[in-house]
Design a protein around this ligand. Structure first.
Ligand SMILES: Nc1ncnc2c1ncn2[C@@H]1O[C@H](COP(=O)(O)OP(=O)(O)OP(=O)(O)O)[C@@H](O)[C@H]1O
Length: 468
């Protein structure tokens, strides 16, 4: 297809390379109208039955002389058009290329006029048709298939759960984090928790919402998500969640000691929630990719009325997509993100503190979560009355609070946790299996740590073998 470009005439060299054009020469004088018409033409001499460019120019539809001679009105037909061209007449209307080197033609010669569109338009139509079919199939294919990486996986096309801000009533603030305030409220007649993000933290809202809305995300160990949307006045972002009536695990442990059975309930539900979060699931044609939490702490674990833990606050999480050739996972703040700026310092693994983690490896992020899980198990069991039968149950302490105080810095943790490989102290009288479970979670070597699923199994074994 020939293309008019301002006052130059050009033709497309190849249908596959849309950017490659060859100029057909400057257009001037009588053919200045070129810029106003699509009727670019090429004139080819037939030499030994092969078309050879004689003249390429813009055909001026408004010019009746040229139309008459070269049948320009037929240019849109997808076929070769022969036209007999008197050299004088052609010269009046087009810019000629230098004459070909072969013997000059006789006074009147046959000129094959080839519109490039003759070749390229059918090719383009065929190409567009194939693309249309491909796009249709791509949209139809919601299920994940590793063999066809270009298909859109269900984990990218999960339906959203919009709410109407007018249906949400805020009653009392129950918690506050860096990015949002959490309220006890009512939504369509049910008591719920409403996480309210100021307009400026929309990115946090969107990141967290994306995790909650992944397919198959329903699990007792994950806070139940009911929907998200804008507030009634449009100035804030709301996320409606199941209300955990005992609040955060930190709050729960501060106020309550537990029996071995209660502590095991907390530990098991917590580990099951994390094992689920880390799992890559394909079920009923849907895909839930593995997710690394990246901000596990006792204030981001909630306790329900039945004494079970649920994971919440996925604003720093990373979705580890395994399903396509598209980017491996979502990075909340870009590829140059410093992992030490994501999550609570106190619960960060030594390799994250050191900044030595390869962020492209989802495995590293998952292993860092297990380190935090070890600290959480220790935190729970330090409030278990059955594990301190002959002594007082200590007051609730955050990890490293006894050693480093209630507010820790990166430098302190680097020395204590990373360089000196210190961990919270474990009472010596605890069963060996109990001690080993936490130490296997917070091992200095990430590869030596348990997986969350393995922690679930070990806890199960511990529950059945420990007679307290
Ligand atoms: N579903 C819930 N039910 C009851 N309390 C909740 C719920 N969700 C959150 N909270 C309370 O609100 C607090 C803050 O919530 P959350 O950690 O989600 O906010 P955030 O701004 O994302 O926090 P962070 O500073 O850790 O990023 C929690 O520590 C908890 O006490």
């Amino acid at each position: 297809q020939l293309v008019a470009e301002r006052r130059r005439c050009a033709f497309r060299v190849s249908p596959w390379n849309l950017r490659q054009y060859r100029h057909a020469g400057a257009v001037n004088g009588s053919v200045q109208l070129c810029s106003h018409t699509q009727y670019c033409v090429g004139y080819f001499l037939l030499v030994n039955d092969q078309p050879e460019v004689d003249v390429q120019a813009c055909n001026v539809a408004e010019n009746p002389v040229q139309n008459a001679i070269c049948e320009a009105s037929s240019l849109r037909l997808k076929r070769l058009i022969k036209c007999v061209c008197n050299e004088d007449m052609c010269n009046r209307n087009v810019t000629r290329r230098p004459q070909p080197s072969q013997p000059p033609p006789t006074d009147s010669h046959t000129v094959e006029k080839v519109t490039i569109s003759t070749i390229f338009i059918p090719g383009f139509v065929l190409f567009a048709f194939i693309m249309l079919i491909a796009v249709k199939w791509r949209h139809r294919f919601k299920e994940c298939d590793k063999k066809t990486p270009t298909m859109l996986c269900s984990c990218r096309t999960a339906p959203t759960h919009p709410i109407n801000g007018a249906d949400v009533e805020l009653q009392q603030a129950v918690g506050r984090g860096h990015f949002a305030t959490v309220w006890r409220g009512e939504y369509k007649g049910s008591v719920v928790a409403v996480k309210v993000f100021p307009a400026g933290h929309k990115h946090k809202f969107s990141s967290e919402r994306e995790v909650y809305e992944l397919p198959l995300m329903e699990h007792p160990g994950i806070a139940r998500f009911l929907g998200a949307g804008k507030s009634r006045d449009g100035g804030q972002w709301l996320m409606v969640l199941e209300l955990a009536s005992c609040g955060s695990l930190q709050h729960f442990l501060c106020t309550k000691r537990g029996s071995w059975i209660e502590s095991m309930k907390l530990s098991q539900s917590l580990s099951q929630g994390l094992a689920f979060l880390h799992s890559d699931l394909h079920r009923r044609g849907l895909h839930k990719p593995a997710v690394a939490h990246r901000d596990l702490s006792s204030s981001n674990v909630l306790v329900r009325a039945d004494g079970m833990c649920t994971l919440s606050d996925f604003g720093c999480s990373t979705i580890l997509r395994s399903c396509s050739g598209l980017p491996g996972w979502r990075r909340p703040t870009g590829s140059t993100e410093d992992p030490r700026q994501v999550g609570s310092l106190r619960y960060m693994s030594p390799e994250i503190l050191e900044g030595s983690v390869d962020l492209r490896s989802g495995r590293c992020l998952v292993q860092a979560d297990v380190y935090s899980l070890g600290l959480l198990l220790w935190e729970i069991w330090m409030r278990c009355s059955d594990l301190f039968q002959d002594s007082m149950v200590p007051e609730h302490c955050l990890p490293y609070e006894t050693e480093l105080g209630s507010s820790v810095t990166l430098d302190q943790l680097l020395v204590h946790v990373s360089q000196m490989s210190k961990r919270p102290s474990i009472p010596k009288h605890w069963e060996w299996e109990t001690q080993e479970l936490v130490t296997d979670c917070w091992d200095h070597d990430p590869d030596a740590r348990l997986t969350a699923q393995c922690v679930v199994s070990r806890l199960h074994a511990l529950q059945t073998t420990c007679t307290l």
